[in-house]
Design a protein around this ligand. Structure first.
Ligand code: AMX
Length: 435
């Protein structure tokens, strides 16, 4: 098999042909209609953009390039990124992955000024803010920006975007690990190890003890699972929108990750573990199901959401939650935090269902999904291996989600997607024009 760049050289003309064919044959066909409720409701369900890297089936969950996640549980992140981009799963030790690892080894250095900037930040900065600042300050390294300024041809935008993507992918684990070690005073930075796989490298640079390699295995799984969730979620959509203005990938990914840092999106994973640990603290040990039920009811009564439950698109238990749960059952079955997550799973869907019925009686909208999403269980596993600083969890999510955002940027530049510009309407316009 060829290298990633060589394979994309072959695939990009085919994508362009397919786009041209679809536009010619179906360009004026209607995709769907939009209601006033959708316009007020975060455009939920509105089909208004194209994304080939992954699809979320509401009744099943994530498909990466048509592969159902639970069928490709054992992919390593290097393979995941190649799959996102090409639609093909490269052999773990084949030419494409060997070449990809060499690219990562070559590109993983961080400019010295990044460390200076991180050190200059207030010591209580949120790790997500530190990560994003580190990404943004590296914007001056962008190949896309440099070549664009010299008159880069439109058909080659994707190549410069891929170059930036490889740089960012290689630098992100190093930057993220530096944020961890600096922010939580863990001592000296740990270097990238040439030849070591991507997930194990990140795990190693965090510096947590891992005598049996289980934490490295968890990191591979974690980076694989969080890679992408089609194009409309806040982080992917923001990255896409910013990138559509031809802002370079450093700007675009940083913008997307600012969205991921919201508690209704990626930050939910820190909220989830906090919620679970609060129950353990309150009940002085792993709570039983009745105690969890009471705690969940109080959370709702206090006007808060139960973190890790519900989803904008999914209507079933998230297969990523199932995958993490299987990992926990294999390696951490006796951990009280994992056991609590498992019990929460038995209880919270019923509590949310009842709460939803009450909401409807009060004239409010129902809760569309009572089941756990990706964030409900991963924190317990990280906690088990000593990664207990839960404000850091969204950084892990970010290192992974960057793969999807970057793959989408490359794809969009390859097929020539236009600058994003949906039409907004005023309330007056709705009142006067909509029947
Ligand atoms: N607990 C309490 N109430 C919930 C709820 C939960 N877990 N999930 C949904 N609801 C409420 C909503 O807040 C909304 O109430 P409102 O109309 O009074 O504002 C109502 O139910 C209807 O919402 P929905 O149509 O079911 O969901 P949505 O598409 O508007 O929101 C999401 C989806 C994920 C933001 C929501 O389910 C939520 O807040 N969950 C908890 C936070 C969380 O886990 N986020 C992580 C999502 C995955 C990710 O991006 N990492």
């Amino acid at each position: 098999m060829a290298t990633l760049q060589e394979r994309l050289d072959e695939l990009v003309p085919k994508w362009r042909e397919e786009r041209a064919r679809l536009l010619k044959q179906k360009g004026q066909s209607v995709l769907g209609e939009v209601t006033v409720a959708q316009a007020f409701g975060g455009m939920r369900g509105v089909k208004g953009m194209v994304c080939d890297t992954s699809v979320v089936d509401p009744g099943k969950g994530l498909f990466i390039r048509e592969h159902f996640l639970l069928d490709i549980l054992d992919l390593w992140p290097e393979q995941t990124f190649c799959l996102l981009l090409t639609g093909e799963i490269p052999d773990r030790e084949g030419e494409m992955i060997r070449a990809f690892r060499l690219e990562m080894d070559k590109r993983s250095w961080l400019p010295g000024y990044v460390y200076d900037v991180l050190r200059a930040m207030p010591p209580d900065s949120h790790p997500m803010c530190m990560l994003n600042t580190g990404i943004l300050v590296m914007q001056r390294e962008s190949t896309f920006r440099k070549l664009y300024d010299k008159g880069l041809r439109k058909e080659d935008y994707w190549k410069a975007t891929l170059d930036d993507s490889l740089n960012l992918l290689a630098k992100l684990p190093v930057l993220a690990a530096a944020v961890y070690r600096l922010r939580y005073e863990k001592g000296d930075f740990i270097d990238w190890t040439p030849g070591l796989d991507y997930g194990a490298n990140y795990a190693n640079m965090l510096g947590l003890p891992d005598p049996f390699g289980q934490f490295a295995e968890l990191m591979r799984l974690y980076l694989h699972f969080h890679c992408d969730h089609e194009g409309g979620n806040v982080s992917a959509n923001t990255c896409h929108t910013v990138g559509s203005a031809l802002s370079d990938p450093f700007y675009a990914v940083s913008a997307g990750l600012s969205g991921l840092a919201g508690p209704l999106h990626g930050l939910a994973n820190q909220e989830c573990l906090r919620w679970v640990l609060d129950t353990i603290e309150l009940f002085r040990g792993a709570p039983n199901e009745e105690e969890i039920e009471a705690f969940a009811a109080k959370t709702l009564h206090d006007g808060k959401v139960i973190p890790g439950y519900g989803h904008a698109v999914l209507r079933v238990t998230d297969p990523r939650f199932i995958g993490f749960n299987r990992f926990g059952k294999k390696y951490t079955p006796d951990d009280p935090v994992f056991q609590t997550v498992d019990r929460v799973f038995n209880v919270v869907p019923k509590v949310l269902q009842r709460h939803s019925e009450e909401r409807v009686k009060e004239g409010k909208s129902p809760i569309a999904n009572f089941y756990p999403n990706v964030d409900a269980g991963s924190g317990a596993l990280l906690h088990h291996y000593g990664l207990v600083e839960f404000e850091y969890y969204t950084v892990l999510f970010s290192v992974s989600r960057a793969m999807g955002m970057l793959a989408q940027l490359v794809w969009n530049r390859a097929v020539g997607t236009a600058i994003t510009r949906p039409k907004s309407i005023s309330m007056k316009w709705i009142a006067e024009n909509v029947k």
